[in-house]
Design a protein around this ligand. Structure first.
Ligand code: ADP
Ligand code: ASP
Ligand code: MG
Length: 814
């Protein structure tokens, strides 16, 4: 005999019930027992009608009408017209009785647990009856059985205790004597020995099926639901979760106890004791093998089998000097909770015995606190124990696996993963069986924590990086394009999964939690909401994704002022905007500190030399113990362009004009020509080499005449360049006379930085610098005479974008 249970979604409507029939027909047992839930959502609706009626709210009738409509429509869709009338009239009469019960609750403005059980029982009693009539009229050898006649319980309404002796013997008698091939029963519902309707707790249809399977020694228990098995994590929260092919009873029990709703926890016991396997399968994908829950499944699988979580947890702690070494405090503590019928989900006690901490359902928290404070009233009044401390809005996440005990370092990995993602851990528990490691965390961190842990333990180390990009102009659009091209490569080769979740320009911003399509972001962005820097941050912070990265491709001062907020919330920052790192030293230092403190990288490789690995190299030199003696560099692509093209056949004015027109300079070319941009760059290099420097400490010998520097607009600026052409020509001819070329050089040595135009003699590393190339010479203790040289294109949107990209990959490997 086989027992098949179909959940609420599987029987939600006529179409689904038809799928159920096909599955039952192909089950091929000599006898098939079919346990069904109420039509999906009906149990919730019934509870709601009761609640409304008891609070004297007439709108319960609207919901009741919906329930009626749903059942009648399903009958009409399933059962041929000529057989409908009997079924319709029986169901209508049942619904009338339900209405009478609700009217009673409405009049006396009250429901009792006993009445609630009566009301809620209609869900399964109606669904099982309708499905059985459908099977029968369709020609199957089927019969309906009221499970309340078989499953016997005590009188604890809402979640009754099963009397197994009586129930098992009822089941054996009934099923061995029944001659039908298919027997259909409602799950969840039962009755007390006195004959009152009772129920087995929410999700209890699984339990009904397991009880029957255990009683009759079924060959298998199949739980048919809306997902393809028990997953490595809740598939609604973790998109990458996968069905677990094989799992032990103990593991399944732990996972379901810690929130894997797909199986009601008590359901395992009745089949476990008989060694009957459970197969969890998907009604909507019947070919999928689903999950097998068995004894000793092969365990060469992962050490962690699944991750689950329970929400709505409160932590209660008892602590105080009076607890140390006093015998029996924990005994009393747990006795009080047990007498108050409070189930404890998690326990931790520090070995100092200074405190005991338990996790209970939020619904039990008030009662527990009252009971404990009353019981320890004397000790509290004596100051030996503090009043119970309560923390709310918490959840438990648990790693589960029989094999975890054989693997070292799992808890280390778990906690460091949570730590890296800035998930605050409030309490920890590890069972002595080492089948479960649990941590209590804030509920709003659950999604992030589950995904981060899942990635760590199940996803072949594929790490998801969630990008939020501000500034999608020249550099930004190139950057998005590069991601589009490299996405697959990164996933296959570096195990990095890059998703762009948010983008913004100065007008609009656009978010898509599933990742913005990089083929159509240009069309999507204008459809987004109005751009707002504060809201951009708030959205990222509320999404609370692991590995979130804010990418600043703007040159905006205001945007650079938001970095601290990102870092403080463990959101990494990658930027090509130089403003923050060349602002006041205090601010630069603070951002670096925040990055360290909150485990959120702050990377700005493109601040110097675009995509050239200058800052990264510097960091590696220092980290490996080298010391920077001197930095000499040509760091301005714009100035290089100007001096490489300026000679006695051109005019300085025309070359600068050309540089401006071709986009080699800022729109205001004075920013480049005055040396400000180069000052910022050498300042950043000096700081990154460990020196405390500010922009005012940098010596700048301008080559422009004061009059040009003082101009207020581009027109006057260019006019002044014309006026001083002779001076510029003299600078050029002086250099030629000395067999030299003009280069704008930045230098840092002995704590002092300077920038200025220099004559570079033939043979010098800078002499042959082409186009807009940059070059940096690092003289260090290890490279004292022959410097380490980094040279290459130091400007341009493409190389800058690739530098940003490189920073993102650094974070991925972090
Ligand atoms: P049914 O109505 O068939 O009994 P339930 O809603 O009770 O179905 O349980 C199935 C649901 O359990 C899934 O749709 C899924 O959202 C949820 N769930 C939570 N954790 C897990 C998990 N680890 N594996 C599979 N499903 C899970
Ligand atoms: N219908 C009941 C519930 O929704 C029992 C079940 O579906 O398992 O809780
Ligand atoms: Mg269920």
């Amino acid at each position: 005999m086989k027992v098949l249970k179909f959940g609420g979604t599987s029987v939600a409507n006529a179409h689904n019930i038809n799928l159920v029939k096909n599955i039952v027909v192909t089950a091929n047992g000599n006898k098939t027992i079919v346990v069904v839930s109420a039509f999906g959502g009906v149990t919730d609706q019934l509870l709601q009608t009761a609640k409304l009626a008891a609070s004297n709210d007439k709108s319960y009738r609207t919901i009741l009408n919906e329930i009626e409509e749903r059942h009648l429509t399903t009958i009409k869709e399933l059962i041929p017209i000529h057989s409908q009338s009997k079924v319709l009239s029986i169901v209508k009469s049942e619904l009338n009785s339900l209405e009478t019960l609700l009217e009673g609750a409405y009049l006396i403005e009250e429901t009792t647990p006993q009445l609630l059980d009566k009301i809620v029982s209609y869900g399964e009693s109606l669904s099982s009856y309708i499905i059985s009539e459908y099977f029968i009229t369709d020609g199957l050898n089927a019969i309906h059985k009221d499970s309340r006649e078989l499953i016997k319980t005590d009188e604890s309404h809402g979640k009754a205790m099963v009397d197994f002796e009586l129930t098992n013997s009822n089941c054996r008698d009934f099923f061995s004597n029944s001659s039908n091939e298919i027997i259909i029963l409602g799950g969840f519902i039962s009755s007390s020995k006195k004959g009152n309707p009772t129920t087995l707790g929410r999700g209890g249809s699984d339990y009904t099926a397991a009880i029957i399977a255990g009683a009759i020694d079924a060959e298998i228990l199949e739980i048919w639901t809306d997902v393809s098995g028990m997953y490595t994590a809740n598939p609604k929260i973790v998109k990458q979760a996968k069905p677990i092919p094989l799992i032990s009873y103990e593991e399944a029990m732990e996972l379901s106890h810690f929130g894997a709703k797909v199986l009601y926890p008590p359901s395992i016991q009745p089949v476990f004791s008989k060694g009957i396997s459970i197969n969890i399968k998907n009604t909507f994908d019947p070919q999928h093998p689903g999950t097998f829950i068995t004894k000793n499944p092969s365990s060469k699988e992962e050490s962690v089998r699944g991750i689950s979580h329970v929400e709505h947890i409160s932590l209660l702690s008892i602590e105080g000097p009076g607890m140390v070494g006093i015998y029996g405090i924990s005994k009393r503590f747990f006795e009080v909770l047990s007498l108050a019928e409070i189930s404890v989900v998690l326990i931790t006690q520090a070995s100092s015995e200074h405190s005991i901490c338990v996790g209970v359902s939020i619904l039990d928290a008030d009662r527990a606190v009252k009971a404990l404070n009353t019981s320890f009233e004397y000790e509290i009044s004596q100051g030996k124990i503090k009043p119970i401390i309560v923390e709310e809005d918490l959840s438990i996440i648990a790693l589960v696996g029989d094999n975890m005990k054989n693997h070292q370092g799992l808890s280390g990995k778990m906690f460091s993963t949570l730590g890296k993602n800035n998930v605050n851990i409030r309490a920890i528990a590890q069972g002595a069986s080492e089948r479960n490691i649990s941590a209590v965390i804030n509920t709003n961190d659950v999604k992030k924590a589950l995904n981060a842990l899942h990635e760590e333990f199940f996803e072949e180390n594929i790490k998801q990086l969630n990008l939020f990009v501000m500034g999608v102009g020249n550099v930004g659009s190139k950057f998005l394009n590069q991601i589009k091209q490299q996405k697959k490569y990164l996933k296959d080769n570096l195990k990095l999964n890059l998703r762009v979740i948010g983008i913004s320009n100065s007008r609009t911003m656009y978010f898509d939690e599933n990742g913005i399509s990089l083929n159509s972001w240009e069309n999507l962005l204008p459809t987004g909401e109005k751009a707002d820097k504060a809201k951009f941050f708030d959205t990222i912070n509320t999404l609370n994704y692991r590995n979130s990265i804010f990418v600043d491709n703007t040159a905006s001062h205001e945007v650079s002022e938001t970095y601290n907020k990102y870092l403080k919330n463990s959101i990494s920052v990658v930027t090509c905007n130089k403003i923050a790192c060349s602002s006041e030293y205090k601010n630069y230092k603070n951002l670096k500190e925040l990055a360290r403190q909150y485990n959120a990288p702050f990377l700005f490789e493109t601040n110097v030399g675009a995509g050239l690995p200058i800052i990264d190299t510097l960091k590696h030199l220092i980290a490996s113990g080298d010391r920077i003696l001197k930095i000499q560099a040509v760091l301005s692509g714009s100035l290089n362009f100007v001096f490489n093209n300026f000679n006695d056949e051109t005019t300085f004015h025309d070359v600068v004009k050309q540089a401006q027109e071709e986009g080699y300079t800022e729109p205001d070319p004075k920013i480049d020509l005055s040396g400000i941009d180069v000052m910022r760059k050498i300042l950043i290099l000096a700081r990154e080499s460990g020196n405390q420097l500010d922009i005012d400490d940098i010596e700048n010998q301008p080559f422009l005449p004061q009059e040009s520097l003082d101009t207020k607009n581009n027109k006057d600026f260019f006019a002044s360049l014309k006026k001083y052409e002779d001076d510029f020509q003299k600078m050029y001819s002086d250099a030629v006379k000395n067999d030299s070329k003009l280069k704008y050089v930045a230098q840092f040595e002995n704590g002092k930085a300077s920038v200025g135009l220099q004559q570079i003699p033939k043979g010098h590393d800078f002499y042959n610098l082409e186009g807009s190339d940059n070059i940096v010479l690092f003289y260090t203790e290890r490279y004292p005479n022959q410097p380490m040289i980094i040279k290459g294109a130091g400007a341009g949107a493409d190389v800058t974008a690739s530098g940003i990209f490189a920073d993102i990959i650094r974070i991925g490997n972090f």
